[in-house]
Design a protein around this ligand. Structure first.
Ligand SMILES: [Zn+2]
Ligand SMILES: [Zn+2]
Length: 284
């Protein structure tokens, strides 16, 4: 199979969870970080282990102001002179100390072009000032970063159903949250529509709206106390339907995953009907 790397994306979670979130998405030439919630030193260390270069990173995009998404930003942005794409309310509420010249604001449904990468922001339900999710497109390959989401809204369904790969929040198991020791107000906050997505909500989105061409699902932002990585893996493996299921860790980076449009990887010299066959097989 011929692989055209210009049409592909490389993705990894550097950390995922309430202790820090940072997601790498890039092609051969340029990359972006979605959130930077672990320290600069730890971000560098993990990227180095993965063979990813900070020199390719051209920008940081900020989903919302919670500390697990912004803690590393001031040092990383300053050291590498990286522009930080952030909405004005998020900047204000996050209290980030950044060089004015590195701050670039965006609004809902804006698409920002970074080389061959197109990053589209869309609003989500979460208890922050102006939270957004992101869809990163390179040619026709699409990767979504969907964490810290209270409910599955229409925007999420629309964007999830376009993805070849997605980081999708599976924050808590209903029963573990119910029976766990969290105070009532915190339990209510988590599942109240402005908090986090449960395993069940994530699974329903996945089984109902995953497109036939999705190849990777990276389950993200798992709660330390109200979830269990093995439980999440078992739940999704049963419904994977050929999709590679990865559970992103709150302690270490994932591997780097190579995401491409498999239909377009069919060598052009082959007859057209081969492509059609590939497409049909992936529908079932
Ligand atoms: Zn978070
Ligand atoms: Zn949050």
């Amino acid at each position: 199979m011929q692989i055209c790397e210009d049409m592909s994306l490389f993705i990894a979670s550097l950390n995922s969870g309430s202790n820090g979130n940072c997601y790498y998405v890039g092609n051969e030439h340029e990359a972006v970080l979605i959130d930077a919630g672990i320290s600069c030193r730890e971000t560098e260390r993990r990227m180095l282990r993965l063979g990813l270069s900070m020199q390719k990173v051209k920008a940081i995009f900020v989903s919302h102001e919670h500390s697990d998404h912004i803690n590393g930003i001031p040092v990383i942005a300053k050291k590498y002179r990286l522009p930080v794409y952030i909405t004005p309310p998020t900047l204000q509420r996050g209290g980030l100390m950044l060089d004015q010249e590195l701050v670039i604001s965006f609004g809902a449904f804006d698409t920002i072009i970074i080389g061959d990468l197109h990053v589209t922001a869309f609003p989500k339900q979460h208890d922050a000032s102006n939270p957004h999710s992101f869809l990163i497109t390179c040619r026709d390959v699409k990767v979504g970063v969907f964490t810290d989401i209270g409910i599955v809204c229409e925007n999420l369904v629309n964007h999830f159903s376009q993805c070849h790969a997605a980081f999708l929040e599976a924050n808590y198991d209903d029963e573990m949250l119910d029976k766990g020791g969290y105070p009532y107000h915190l339990k209510r906050r988590i599942r109240g529509g402005q908090g986090h997505l449960s395993n069940k909500q994530a699974l329903e989105l996945f089984t109902t709206h995953k497109p036939a061409f999705m190849t990777h699902l990276l389950l993200s932002h798992l709660s330390k106390n109200n979830n269990d990585p093995q439980l999440v893996r078992d739940l999704f493996d049963d419904c994977a339907d050929g999709v590679n299921i990865i559970v992103a860790s709150r302690y270490v980076e994932t591997e780097v995953y190579y995401i491409s449009n498999t239909v377009n990887d069919v060598p052009v010299s082959k007859p057209r009907r081969v492509e059609v066959t590939v497409q049909q097989i992936s529908l079932f």
